[in-house]
Design a protein around this ligand. Structure first.
Ligand code: MG
Length: 115
């Protein structure tokens, strides 16, 4: 599936409620940001239980559940990108560009967003 195909279908499920505005941030955008955090937490929770209860062994059911949560996170990333006037395609391309640049300059390891 192409990013643009995914994005169009996913955005058809984004609700279009009126909301309060605070600068450039409205409640709808903020709810998407909070939703992404929640889905990231759900991924972490799956891994916590795999470590705590299953000696670190990832079953097929675990794998399917994690992939489902990653899809939920992707849905929020797509929505946030859209609400910021960007796209999943642009986010993916810029992330690739950033990482490949760091790799070519020997800066993959270390810290700092703009290294
Ligand atoms: Mg979820």
């Amino acid at each position: 599936m192409k990013f643009n195909d995914y994005s169009t279908k996913a955005l058809s499920t984004l609700t279009d409620k009126d909301s309060h505005q605070y600068g450039d941030v409205d409640a709808r955008l903020m709810s998407q940001v909070l939703g992404l955090s929640g889905e990231a937490g759900e991924v972490m929770e799956k891994f916590k239980k795999i470590l705590r209860d299953k000696d670190g062994k990832i079953s097929e059911d675990d794998r399917a559940a994690i992939i489902k949560e990653l899809g939920d996170a992707l849905w929020y990333i797509n929505s946030i990108s859209h609400l910021l006037g960007s796209s999943l395609e642009e986010v993916a391309r810029k992330n690739n560009d950033k990482l490949l640049s760091r790799q070519s300059r020997g800066k993959i390891h270390g810290s700092g967003d703009d290294r």
